[in-house]
Ligand binder design. Structure first.
Ligand code: F6P
Length: 356
């Protein structure tokens, strides 16, 4: 077989672990060809194509390397490209289909989050054989309990919270940490639990300042004159709205709620507050062992599916089992925390304030 391989969307730790597993299994163990496609589908829009054959030497030493050796992009949907100054978007998807045929690919394994997989599902409709692998630090892909990259982001955020605890205590301050996660609170919740945050604010639970102030006061009664608050970038006040930042490109990104919360808590409690925005540090660097293992499992399973011709499906880890699910079931929407999420219940059981 000739298997194409691409990484799309925002990068995350563990992508190289997936690439390595696919190349080692499909190419070195089974003798098939693996063609790396650079910069997501954009590599097939270029002429000459931005592709290269991948063998054992190409993936040697990348298991614990951050980022992706294939490059990635989270802009440039081939179905809606905005060329130059032309305000009208244009559809260049046929160029990708032509490249797929011209390269003689039997399938493409697409490693990506929901945006990339939505684009992939459109290519399936145009006749391409595609198998999906979920990745994103946000852990918000439908049907998947864990996406590659999430555990590392939780580890990075957890370490930051632990570090903030001691400086918060020394200065009797409120320390606010804003973490990523888009419209889902998985990173905030897991890292907050792991590191003893006193308040965790999530997009799924619009918060009230009253409840946060109550928590800060309760802690003061116990002679704990400091508090650590973890805020998901998508969190917002009850009756309020999510906070976005406008990029010079015109793209809107979630971000800024941490500063808003820190300022308001200063005003309401009289405590000095500081904000730390963790940003892309959550996405960079070495993947943790769990992400390297998950990436390896996902890669091997995707190759097995390719060999059996099980296309138009996405590999997911669900209930500690690897499963293949249909593209339709994951491509329209994202996975937020459910009301009865066991991590949420545990956090509340031990007295963490969720801003309710
Ligand atoms: O989806 C991953 C993610 O890191 C989100 O958590 C965050 O909102 C977004 O990507 C940031 O995107 P960009 O890399 O374009 O700033």
């Amino acid at each position: 077989m000739k298997i194409g391989l691409s990484t799309g969307g925002g990068d995350c730790p563990g992508l190289n672990s997936v690439i390595r597993a696919i190349v080692r299994y499909a190419s070195a163990t089974l003798g098939h060809e693996v063609i790396g496609i650079e910069d997501s589908f954009n590599g097939l829009l270029e002429r000459p194509y931005k592709t290269r054959p991948l063998g054992l030497t190409d993936v040697s030493g990348i298991l614990n390397r951050g980022g992706t050796i294939l490059g990635t992009s989270n802009s440039g949907n081939p179905f809606k490209l905005k060329p130059g100054q032309d305000p009208k978007s244009c559809d260049k998807s046929q160029m990708v289909v032509d490249a797929y045929k011209d390269l003689g690919l039997d399938c493409i394994i697409v490693i990506g989050g929901d945006g990339t997989q939505r684009i992939a599902s459109q290519f399936i409709k145009l006749g391409l054989n595609i198998i999906g692998i979920p990745k994103t630090i946000d852990n918000d892909l439908l049907q998947a309990d864990f996406t590659t990259g999430f555990e590392t982001a939780v580890e990075v955020a957890s370490e930051a919270i632990i570090r903030l605890q001691s400086t918060a205590e020394s200065h009797a301050r409120i320390m606010v940490l804003e973490v990523m996660g888009r419209y889902a609170g998985h990173i905030a919740l897991h890292s907050g639990i792991a590191s003893g945050a006193h308040v965790i604010l999530l997009p799924e639970i619009p918060f009230s300042y009253e409840s946060i102030v109550k928590k800060v006061e309760e802690r003061r009664q116990l002679c704990h004159n400091y508090s650590v608050v973890v805020v998901a970038e998508g969190a917002f006040e009850k009756g309020g709205e999510q906070v976005f930042q406008m990029r010079p490109s015109g793209k809107k990104n979630l971000g800024g709620i941490g500063q808003v919360v820190a300022d308001k808590l200063s005003e309401l409690t009289g405590s000095d507050s500081r904000i730390t925005v963790l940003g892309h540090i959550q996405r960079g660097g070495e993947p943790c062992p769990r992400d390297r293992i998950l990436g390896t499992l996902y890669g091997v399973k995707a190759v097995d599916m390719a060999l059996k011709g099980e296309f138009s499906q996405v590999v997911v880890m669900h209930g500690h089992k690897l499963k293949a699910v249909s593209y339709q079931s994951i491509a329209n929407g994202y996975r937020e925390l459910e009301a009865n999420d066991m991590y949420l219940d545990a956090a509340e059981a031990i007295g963490v304030c969720m801003g309710r």
